[in-house]
Design a protein around this ligand. Structure first.
Ligand SMILES: [Zn+2]
Length: 280
């Protein structure tokens, strides 16, 4: 059951990375597979631009880690479907599928382990950033959630299922399949409801569910599934899996009412919901 790491997993990774590299100068970089550097014009853009740069700040845009480097460059890391960041000393043996690594002057290595190679690392000039898909990403679900009124305006007239709208990174950035299901469960909204059909009270409940669900996910280091594709940079697993209400729990009892959780496909993705608490 592969899945894209979502905001809580990326934010957890970002926090570890910030502690390790903010204020540090990168001295070396290597791309193990050219595909990992595909978002630059040539892989050498990554390996030539990183060395000598100081990491000013490690930020996040939706599901992307975006570090600001001196010289007005942005270092972007996307975990893709199966990627994870490892933070280790330079003498640590390499994991299989280590497709990128860079090293600080202090000897800390940042490694991207990514068996399926959907992840990427890029180092972009301001012009390259502006021309990338990341420039069109919407407001952050954690740091910059639209107000209830703004959310209502964005959903008005939309006939698409609310679940699909929550996955649209131009509307709100950071939610993916797991956390969108969890937010809808807590807000008691069926995933197939049309975005424009939600009442003001439902929009309020939806708005109010986003922050707590994401905060709880981050508090538990995100969600590592059984495949352990996503792990924290120190090698531990995120433990939010045990606290999910509906995602991946078809047939299990709803924690609110005990009704068996059901599964439905929305926008080619599995959605999980309680048919009693979340009515159409
Ligand atoms: Zn229920």
């Amino acid at each position: 059951m592969a899945r894209v790491p979502e905001l809580p997993e990326v934010e957890t990774t970002r926090r570890h990375l910030a502690v390790a590299v903010e204020g540090e100068t990168l001295v070396w970089a290597e791309v193990g597979r050219d595909r990992t550097a595909r978002r630059n014009h040539r892989p050498a853009d990554v390996t030539e631009r990183l060395p000598g740069r100081r990491v000013e700040r490690v930020g996040r845009v939706g599901k992307f880690i975006v570090a600001e480097l001196d010289g007005d460059l942005r270092w972007v890391i996307h975990l893709g479907m199966s990627g994870r960041i490892r933070l280790v000393g330079e003498s640590e043996p390499l994991d299989p599928h280590t497709n990128f690594r860079t090293r600080t002057a202090g000897g800390v290595e940042v490694r991207l382990v990514d068996p399926r190679t959907f992840g990427f690392v890029a180092v972009w000039t301001p012009e390259e950033w502006a021309g990338s898909t990341l420039a069109g990403i919407g407001r952050d679900a954690l740091d910059d959630l639209p107000s209830r009124n703004e959310l209502a305006a964005a959903l008005a007239g939309r006939t698409a299922p609310v679940k699909a709208l929550l996955l649209d990174q131009r509307l709100v950035a950071g939610l993916g399949n797991i956390y969108a299901d969890e937010v809808l469960a807590r807000a008691c909204i069926h995933p197939l409801r049309g975005g424009g059909s939600l009442t003001p009270a439902e929009i309020g409940a939806l708005h109010d569910a986003v922050g707590p669900v994401l905060a709880e996910g981050i508090q538990h280091g995100g969600t590592s599934l059984d495949d352990l594709a996503y792990l924290l940079p120190d090698g531990r697993a995120g433990t939010y899996l045990d606290r999910l209400w509906v995602y991946g729990r078809a047939g299990e009892p709803c924690p609110r009412c005990g009704t068996a959780i059901e599964r439905v496909v929305v926008a080619q993705r599995s959605s999980h919901f309680c048919p009693s608490c979340q009515r159409r």
